[in-house]
Write a new protein. Structure first.
Length: 237
């Protein structure tokens, strides 16, 4: 596994590369966008990139957009390195398909754990997915339920993972496959997150055995804000 480390500060570049090496990951340290693209052209084995987006010189945002727009580089798993945590930025980065965040500042010990968490999470990340999915905290008992026309009672389950775009649910009361076939519209997908009630409309994306994948068709501004903050907290730990 090889990661690009795109960071304007030589000291931070060296620190990131050192910690990655301790986690068994080789590094290609570069100062900015142009150098990063040149390195990618010569290294097909690069699987990820840690990209600083705070420095104008590094042109990190432009680099991330180019990686996402290129069929050759789209599979590269991008980790954002930043001090920024506004809702607008978080949502923008999620929509660009980043794997995770490294929030500055941090100690060397914190950096090790943060990078370890990001690398573990990135293993299951699908670069074609628009939004980052996160697993709920083990102490949280996130439940979800909804009704369908002509189906008696509530269909309910445990949220396995969730994103700003949708959720995966392990059903308590599995249904017949034709009941939850892909494309089935759901008027209200109800759940409580961070003590706030959600009820977005949505549709079935996939149903296999007890596992149901749902897409949210629409979120209110308040729902999107709460969900983006929740996801951000889970990926920034």
């Amino acid at each position: 596994m090889i990661f690009l480390v795109v960071e304007d500060s030589p000291a931070l570049r060296e620190s990131l590369c050192y910690v990655l090496l301790s986690l068994g990951v080789k590094s290609l340290p570069v100062a900015g966008r142009a150098e990063a693209l040149e390195s990618l052209r010569g290294q097909k084995e690069v699987t990820g990139a840690i990209v600083d987006i705070d420095s104008r010189e590094s042109q990190g945002l432009e680099l991330i957009r180019e990686l996402r727009d290129s069929p050759d580089y789209r599979p590269v798993k991008v980790v954002v390195h930043t001090v920024q945590s506004s809702r607008e930025l978080v949502v923008k980065m999620m929509e660009l398909g980043v794997v995770g965040y490294l929030l500055k500042p941090y100690t060397d010990k914190e950096l090790y754990q943060k990078l370890k968490n990001v690398l573990e999470r990135s293993q299951a990340h699908d670069y074609q997915r628009r939004h980052i999915r996160v697993k709920p905290d083990p102490d949280e008992l996130l439940r979800l339920h909804f009704k369908l026309p002509n189906v008696p009672g509530l269909i309910s389950g445990r949220i396995v993972d969730i994103s700003v775009g949708g959720a995966a649910v392990e059903l308590f009361n599995p249904q017949a496959e034709e009941t939850l076939k892909p494309g089935t519209q759901i008027p209200r997908i109800e759940f409580i997150l961070s003590r706030k009630q959600f009820a977005p409309p949505g549709k079935v994306v996939l149903y296999k055995e007890k596992l149901l994948a749902l897409r949210f068709d629409f979120l209110t501004v308040a729902e999107k804000t709460t969900l983006a903050r929740y996801v951000f907290k889970r990926i920034a730990v």
